[in-house]
Design a protein around this ligand. Structure first.
Ligand SMILES: [Mg+2]
Length: 189
């Protein structure tokens, strides 16, 4: 039986935050960049007149439908799908599910549609691996999957964590591919 990899979508497969900040900067005449967002609390970096209204951009029609794809995400997930069962584990938002699913199916046709899981409580899932940019999701994953492997997809908002060295971190999809290539070689030995 193939092992299961859960893959987050937002800011792991897609380039969500770039588009999000672009929309915010236009409306609020600001110049926030991805590197400025150093924690999960994006609201705290916005202008006071924006605050949590920044979340409204995520509910705009087509927001999730036209996002850019992370470099090499398509090629590496296609390669991974030969050796593992891949599941997309992505946040549920009733405004965005259809757009997200259609984007995934268009750009990642090698991942079965039925393997798209909308889930805001990723610790509920039994998986061998989870690739995610949300450190809280990696923590939740380990509660359910103590023998699994959580991989933090490196982003400015997940660098400032305690016990950094205790976690696997990947800067991009090619590094993820290298890690799995090693894992596969070790399993064969
Ligand atoms: Mg994410």
């Amino acid at each position: 039986m193939k092992k299961k990899i859960g893959i987050d979508c937002d800011d792991v497969l897609n380039c969500l935050v770039e588009k999000w900040l672009q929309d915010y900067n236009i409306e609020y005449n600001d110049n926030l960049q991805k590197e400025d967002i150093k924690s999960w609390d994006i609201v705290s970096y916005t202008k006071p007149e924006c605050g949590d209204k920044i979340y409204k951009f995520l509910g705009q029609p087509n927001f999730f439908r036209n996002l850019d794809i992370k470099p090499n995400a398509q090629e590496v997930t296609k390669w991974l799908s030969e050796f593992y069962d891949l599941y997309i584990v992505t946040a549920y938002d009733r405004r965005a599910c259809k757009d997200k699913a259609e984007w995934i199916m268009e750009h990642f046709p090698h991942i079965p549609e039925k393997n798209i899981i909308f889930c805001n409580h990723k610790g509920l899932l039994k998986l061998d691996y989870l690739i995610d940019d949300g450190f809280h999701n990696i923590v939740d994953f380990y509660k359910t999957n103590p023998y699994g492997t959580g991989i933090i997809f490196d982003e400015p908002w997940n660098r400032d964590i305690e016990n950094k060295e205790a976690y696997h971190r990947a800067e991009d999809w090619l590094i993820i591919q290298d890690g799995f290539r090693l894992a596969l070689e070790n399993e064969l030995m």
